[in-house]
Design a protein around this ligand. Sequence first.
Ligand SMILES: Nc1ncnc2c1ncn2[C@@H]1O[C@H](COP(=O)(O)OP(=O)(O)O)[C@@H](O)[C@H]1O
Ligand SMILES: [Mg+2]
Length: 236
Amino acid sequence: MSEIALHLDSVSKDFGRIIALRGINLDVQPGEFVSILGRNGAGKTTLLNIISGISTPSEGEVLLFGTDPAASSNKSKLAVISHEMFLYSNLTAVENLEYYTQMYRVEGMEDKISSVLETVELTHRRFDLVSTFSRGMMQRLTIARALLHDPQFLLLDEPFTGLDQHAIAMLTTILKGQKAQGRTILLTTHDLHIANDLSDRFVVIDKHRVVYDAAVGALGVDELRSRFFSAEGAQS
Ligand SMILES: Nc1ncnc2c1ncn2[C@@H]1O[C@H](COP(=O)(O)OP(=O)(O)O)[C@@H](O)[C@H]1O
Ligand SMILES: [Mg+2]
């Protein structure tokens, strides 16, 4: 059995004539926290979709825990948080979580649901329909859902976008807790300061290729910004 959490070898992805990724090589060790940075359209979401098995590469190889990302053995190991929230607005918060605990056959469902709702500070709204939630609350519920089955690998696409300061701090604490428990985490973000605070390693994707891959601290936030994000269309 492979020890490595994630292995990408020369991964490319095209959508017809549109290039999304070119020759991506990336290895992630268990317990590592990697932030993927890059401008809009760089290919970050495509990369995450390939890692989660939603999308397949046009070329190259992807191994998640030594096997095809879409393999059934990976379903219980992986959590994905993206902008596709997949919540049922006509169900309550608790009902949404119950639905997922049944899918993942989570042990001790009641306790687990209470615990994740507490973590994202939605206990007081647990019996309310999701249709009455603000966008930020829905996002917190998707975070709660992602934690339900104790995933080993967390894949987060711009998870801080749309959250207020308090929710950002909450998610930061959650991710630090997950990291402390040895979970492997890969996230995309626009926020270099948050990434710098949380991650072990930065990977910058520019024009569909990896242009930088190094431990956090090798370059400071300001230097990273001026090297990769200073030109027109830059993100902070
Ligand atoms: N389903 C799709 N069909 C066609 N083009 C796509 C699709 N998904 C992404 N792309 C294109 O691939 C490139 C990379 O997109 P994306 O991975 O979303 O970048 P990022 O997340 O870094 O902003 C962009 O040019 C985008 O328009
Ligand atoms: Mg994206």
